[in-house]
Write a protein that binds this ligand. Structure first.
Ligand SMILES: NC(=O)c1ccc[n+]([C@@H]2O[C@H](COP(=O)([O-])OP(=O)(O)OC[C@H]3O[C@@H](n4cnc5c(N)ncnc54)[C@H](O)[C@@H]3O)[C@@H](O)[C@H]2O)c1
Ligand SMILES: O=C(O)C[C@H](O)C(=O)O
Ligand SMILES: [Mn+2]
Length: 577
């Protein structure tokens, strides 16, 4: 959107107050009349810069920083200073900078949160301060049109586990992606950390730790704390989207099920990952010219992501191929820490509730168990791959290197074009380096990862682009679409509509040797399409809160998109603060 199309903004801030508010600050780009009106003439150097000049300067400063984490801290400071410049710089260099502000570098920033700490951001709700929760909540939200809350209790941050108060980093990074890729106005979102303590010994023993230095609260007290927060969101912002990120596996699905009907809630690790993986698989089976229900899926790591992916694939199979849910369940073999999830493990209490639909029968495994010594009843990944001959292998285990050469070769021996998705983040936790999987299968494997990886080489010498199957390729569109339609729920049908739209944009549909998903550089355009599909579905299903028709979705979506451009300001005591 060009600057001229935007009306002037009436702003009620002056002097240092406007220069220190990142939402309004323009730095050297304040015009001469603005400088006069806002009392800035003596507070700024003479030269008035354009946004492009500011971007060039910021880029040069960024380039001078050698490591990704130092670039990350620079960008964090820039975000604290000037939102338009920050987002415009990121937008111009999307492919290079998303890995710096998001996965994988943000994992390092979160792990070192208390040591890198400079300035707070977002809303910190801490267990021992819950008596003032409503007051603290209103302090930051009153009078604001908040449409999106991104919250985390930080028990399972990416694959790096419990990070206590540092979890604000993932809430904030996911919010930035909503703006950068989804077009969400950043003043309408709020990152929240739910600090219920930490079981991370390193943090508990760190004298610089800035969170609540106690063990995690669990059980009834935990549930009540979370509920108090959710009820505040519902009471004051009934039409907002509440995004849950990186909760522990014992809470993620439970909380989603508890609040799903009552409010528009979304668990990214379960639903976002399920949706992007479904799109990736749809694209891969387009290459292998087969149906979803013809696949045999091995899912390694049956936590939030593993179960979310499994259910999403299962539900899609029922819808698209018309088979029963029961039959669809038999297409999956799930493994977790104790090996293949099967009846005997359940008997020992080692299977979580949500996984029981996918238990394999012990009798199927008698031959494999016979090859083990008397006490060994562990059925591992290689056992499963050799016997099942899966067509799809998905990793979300946090177990680096789990897809060994033997496992990958066994996969390739069982089918022509094995689909292998090692999705664990950050990069160092990937189940197999895609370059190795490509080499070991002589270029036959169809690959995608959770973090960005360089291309692999096909036997022909051509590059094979490794698609990034990260939920960030879809959740901004899912969220934007649901907010656009003011949907009361984020329904399964809306999510499937988004995944189908994403799959339809896959480069592999045109060229089977191309990437399974669109490039991250195109994520904004792709997510716009996802958002349109999601909003159309909400309207069609009668769960949208808007009065207008399906045909108007695209136009409305364009109007709602926030762009990082400077608007002209006029000083007005009644204007925005
Ligand atoms: N690509 C994406 O978009 C995406 C999305 C969500 C999660 N992830 C990644 O997936 C991983 C898991 O995330 P999550 O949210 O599901 O976490 P989680 O804690 O809910 O689940 C991890 C599961 O893996 C199991 N596990 C651990 N070690 C294992 C082993 N050696 N063998 C088999 N299973 C093992 C755990 O018991 C647990 O059930 C993380 O690395 C995360 O970054 C990627
Ligand atoms: O944060 C990401 O990069 C994806 C996902 O939500 C994860 O937990 O790994
Ligand atoms: Mn996550």
């Amino acid at each position: 959107m060009s600057k001229s199309r935007l009306p002037s903004l009436r702003v009620a801030l002056r002097g240092d107050t406007i220069l220190t508010r990142p939402r309004f600050n323009k730095g050297t780009a304040f015009t001469v009349p603005e400088r006069k009106a806002f009392g800035l003439t003596g507070r700024l150097p003479y030269r008035v810069n354009s946004l492009d000049e500011q971007i060039d300067r910021a880029w040069n400063q960024l380039e001078a920083r050698e490591t990704p984490i130092r670039k990350n801290t620079f960008l964090q400071s820039l975000k604290d200073q000037n939102w338009v410049l920050y987002y415009a710089l990121l937008k111009k260099n999307l492919r290079e900078l998303v890995p710096v502000i998001y996965t994988p570098t943000e994992a390092e920033a979160i792990a070192n949160y208390s040591h890198l700490f400079r300035r707070s951001e977002g809303l910190y709700l801490t267990f021992p301060q819950q008596d003032s929760m409503e007051e603290d909540f209103l302090e930051q939200t009153k009078g604001r049109d908040i449409q999106l809350f991104v919250c985390s209790d930080a028990e399972a941050i990416l694959g790096i586990g419990d990070q206590g108060v540092g979890g604000i980093g993932i809430s904030a990074a996911k919010s930035v992606i909503y703006t950068l890729i989804g077009g969400m106005d950043p003043s309408k979102s709020l990152a929240v950390t739910l600090d219920v303590g930490t079981d991370n010994e390193d943090l508990l023993n760190d004298s610089l730790y800035v969170g609540w230095p106690q063990r995690r609260v669990r059980g009834k007290e935990y549930d009540e704390f979370i509920d108090k927060f959710v009820q505040l969101v519902r009471k004051y912002h009934p039409h907002s989207l509440l995004h849950f990120e990186d909760f522990g596996v014992s809470n993620a699905q439970r909380l989603l099920s508890r609040y799903r009907e009552a409010h528009s809630v979304f668990n990214d690790d379960i639903q976002g990952t399920g949706a992007v993986t479904l799109a990736c698989i749809m694209s891969a089976i387009g290459v292998t010219k087969s149906k979803l229900s013809e696949q045999r899926f091995v899912i390694y790591g049956a936590g939030s992501a593993g179960l979310g992916i499994t259910k999403q694939l299962r539900d899609a199979m029922v819808t698209t191929d018309g088979i029963s849910e029961q039959e669809a369940n038999t297409k999956f073999w799930l493994l977790d820490k104790f090996g293949l999830i099967r009846e005997a493990l359940d008997g020992k209490g080692k299977v979580r509730d949500g996984l029981k639909e996918f238990l394999r029968k012990d009798e199927e495994w008698v031959d494999v168990l016979e090859t083990k010594n008397k006490d060994g009843d562990y059925i591992g990944l290689l056992d499963v791959v050799k016997k099942v001959k899966p067509t799809v292998l998905i990793g979300c285990s946090t177990h680096a290197g789990a897809f060994t050469k033997e496992v990958v070769e066994a996969m390739a021996a069982g089918c022509d074009r094995p689909i292998i998705l090692p999705l664990s983040n950050p990069s160092r936790l990937v189940e197999v380096d895609p370059k190795d999987a490509n080499d070991w299968t002589h270029g036959k494997a169809l690959l995608a990862t959770g973090s960005p990886f360089p291309p692999a080489k096909m036997p022909s010498g051509k590059d094979y682009i490794i698609a990034e199957c990260n939920n960030a390729l879809i959740y901004p569109g899912l969220g934007f679409g649901s907010m656009l339609a003011q949907s009361r729920q984020m329904s399964d049908r809306m999510i499937i509509a988004g995944a189908q739209r994403l799959a339809s944009l896959s480069p592999a549909l045109k060229d089977p040797d191309d990437a399974l998903l669109p490039d991250f550089g195109e994520a904004p355009e792709v997510n716009f399409e996802v958002a349109v599909a999601v909003a159309e579905q909400a309207i069609e299903d009668g769960i949208a809160g808007v009065e207008w028709e399906k045909e108007q979705v695209r136009e409305r979506a364009k109007e709602m998109m926030w762009e990082p451009v400077y608007r002209d300001y006029v000083f007005d005591v009644d204007g925005e603060k």
